[in-house]
Design a protein around this ligand. Structure first.
Ligand code: CA
Ligand code: CA
Ligand code: CA
Ligand code: CA
Length: 361
């Protein structure tokens, strides 16, 4: 058999393998890196966040939560280089760059932690800009959210209007709170959090991401829809639906959300469609048109199933990922759960932008 017909057959297969929905376009990348599995058994790994090193992109990190354990930092070859705060049970994690802390600029990692009770809330770590080492701030500092209840989803946000820094948290009852994170020089701890907004999405909500340029906020109401709100404290509860469960194969639970940034407001909103083991990709702006569905397939590394969180970067990192990457939690493995990394070029194929110019810093 000559080679060409085999290639054509495999393309045809990938275009028709999307399942019953006929309005779905599917790309089927294979993972290039798998992180070390998390130590805890069962449903444990949950949400990743990418940290970009300020001047040595190959030293960038994937932070990943073990919701029965602690927060892990993985190098881009998947090696587990650090575990911080074991036993704190982090669920969702995100990164905030260039925060002014005790007179110096630092990067921060934030995570929703704990079950309801005194250990629950939002934990903050510093990320050393030279070597990527994470460290707790203060003596076990945890900001309360939901009046002591357990936060579930979490994301950070820096206002493009005035540079103010915030985090958002969701809970299992569909509530959202926004907190402003302020430096408090000369105090211990040297930062404080003030609740500036609260609203209700409806039912259980986890996945959440803010657009740092367009000042928009996206929340996944797990069984219902992805909603768009304003990201500023005064933006109230006005919203519109980006996509509803059932459209273009979007299958409950809606889990992790992430934004791929390209210049001039271009780029994509990615959503984990947990029930279909896929990721839906929408336009970042405008009417958030559906573009395509990422359905990872097994290669050298095994397939993804039941994914919780994800994160994406458009930035150049290690030689393996010169044009950014997508990292997805894998909920089903032979061993314990882990996170898997995909090159953005393979996902983009000829359908999506590949643009490394936007910077998260
Ligand atoms: Ca969930
Ligand atoms: Ca698959
Ligand atoms: Ca989750
Ligand atoms: Ca797997």
């Amino acid at each position: 058999m000559p080679r060409l017909p085999v290639v054509l057959a495999s393309i045809a297969l990938s275009l028709t393998a999307a399942g019953p929905a006929t309005d779905v376009i599917t790309v089927t990348p294979t993972a290039k890196v798998a992180t070390a599995p998390v130590p805890s058994a069962g449903d444990a790994a949950d949400d990743p966040a990418i940290w970009i090193h300020p001047n040595d992109p190959a030293k960038s990190l994937v932070l990943g939560t073990d919701k029965k354990g602690g927060l892990h930092a993985y190098s881009l070859d998947g090696h587990d280089r650090q575990l911080v705060s074991p036993g704190l049970r982090p669920n969702n994690v995100d990164v905030l760059y260039g925060f002014q802390l005790a007179g110096r600029r630092v990067d921060l990692a934030l995570a929703s932690v704990g079950k309801a009770g005194k250990s629950s809330g939002v934990k903050v770590w510093t990320i050393d800009q030279a070597d990527g080492t994470l460290a707790e701030i203060g003596d076990g500092l945890t900001f309360k959210a939901f009046d002591g209840g357990a936060p579930y989803g979490l994301c950070t946000y820096r206002s493009p209007r005035n540079g103010a820094t915030y985090f958002f948290v969701t809970d299992r009852n569909g509530a959202v709170e926004q907190y402003r994170l302020d430096p408090r020089d000369g105090n211990t701890p040297a930062l404080g959090a003030t609740r500036v907004r609260a609203f209700r999405v409806g039912s259980q909500a986890e996945g959440i991401v803010a657009d740092r340029e367009r000042a928009r906020l996206y929340v996944g109401e797990e069984n219902v829809a992805i909603w768009e709100y304003g990201a500023e404290p005064g933006d109230g509860s006005d919203r519109r639906a980006v996509a509803r469960v059932g459209e273009h194969g979007l299958t409950a639970d809606i889990e992790g959300l992430a934004i791929y940034y390209a210049p001039a407001g271009k780029g994509y909103l990615l959503a984990s469609s947990q029930g279909s083991n896929t990721i839906n990709v929408y336009d970042r702006g405008g009417d958030h048109a559906y573009i395509l569905t990422i359905d990872p397939k097994a290669g050298t590394i095994d397939d993804i199933a039941g994914s919780d969180g994800l994160d994406v970067t458009n930035e150049r990192t290690s030689p393996l990922f010169p044009s950014g990457f997508l990292v997805i939690q894998d909920g089903k493995n032979e061993g314990t759960q882990n996170f898997k990394l995909f090159t953005w070029e393979e996902i983009a194929s000829n359908r999506l932008l590949v643009d490394t110019t936007s910077s998260a810093r």
